[in-house]
Design a protein around this ligand. Structure first.
Ligand code: SF4
Length: 191
């Protein structure tokens, strides 16, 4: 798992290096939270979820409790078909886990300032490179799954699932019902 986590960082770094020229001069600024509050789905792999859990475990207990409530609320809003801001988005519009944010957040930028009528504008080259990166992330996490952040973190909070996953076992039948209901995909079936 430690080795895979190191490879995860290498994949992020390679993407950043490869897309630097396209992203340079983009309209994104500190404090803009358009993508964090309007994102349809912030998809992550289970391996990314493990990295995020580790960051969450180091937060003060009070903040962990607030986050647990925020995730419950976000799931309720999503299931009611409403837009829900990411639970990691803070009041000052900064990301609580910025250094460890998942690839879904790293790949998004925009050539113009976004609004409801003007969603992010991303170059085709970056989109293609992002698709390759997602395939690489899913291949790296070949006993895991991909899906919206809140659902993957929920799965990892279930002791039986966590045990199976951290042991490197592959038992998709354990999550079949939950997976179908929440659009969770099996990484090794992708690409
Ligand atoms: S994890 Fe951070 S960057 Fe990603 S959507 Fe949430 S607040 Fe935004």
């Amino acid at each position: 798992m430690k080795e895979k986590r190191a490879q995860l960082k290498e994949i992020y770094t390679a993407f950043d290096a490869d897309t630097r020229d396209q992203v340079k001069g983009c309209a994104c600024t500190r404090g803009c939270s358009f993508c964090c509050s309007q994102a349809g789905s912030i998809d992550i792999t289970t391996l990314e979820g493990m990295a995020i859990r580790e960051v969450m475990d180091k937060l003060p207990k009070s903040r962990q409790k607030t986050l647990t409530k925020a995730f419950r609320k976000e799931i309720k809003l999503r299931e009611a078909g409403k837009a829900a801001p990411c639970p990691f988005l803070m009041k000052n519009n900064a990301c609580m886990i910025y250094e460890d944010r998942p690839f879904s957040c790293r790949r998004i930028y925009s050539a113009h300032v976004c609004s409801q009528d003007a969603p992010p504008a991303v170059s085709r080259r970056v989109m293609e490179r992002a698709a390759q990166t997602i395939a690489a992330l899913q291949k790296l996490d070949n006993t895991g799954y991909s899906g919206h952040l809140s659902y993957i973190l929920y799965m990892l909070s279930v002791p039986a699932f966590l045990k199976t996953y951290t042991a490197g076992e592959f038992k998709p039948e354990e999550i079949m019902e939950f997976g179908k209901a929440h659009r969770i995909v099996i990484n090794r079936m992708m690409g």
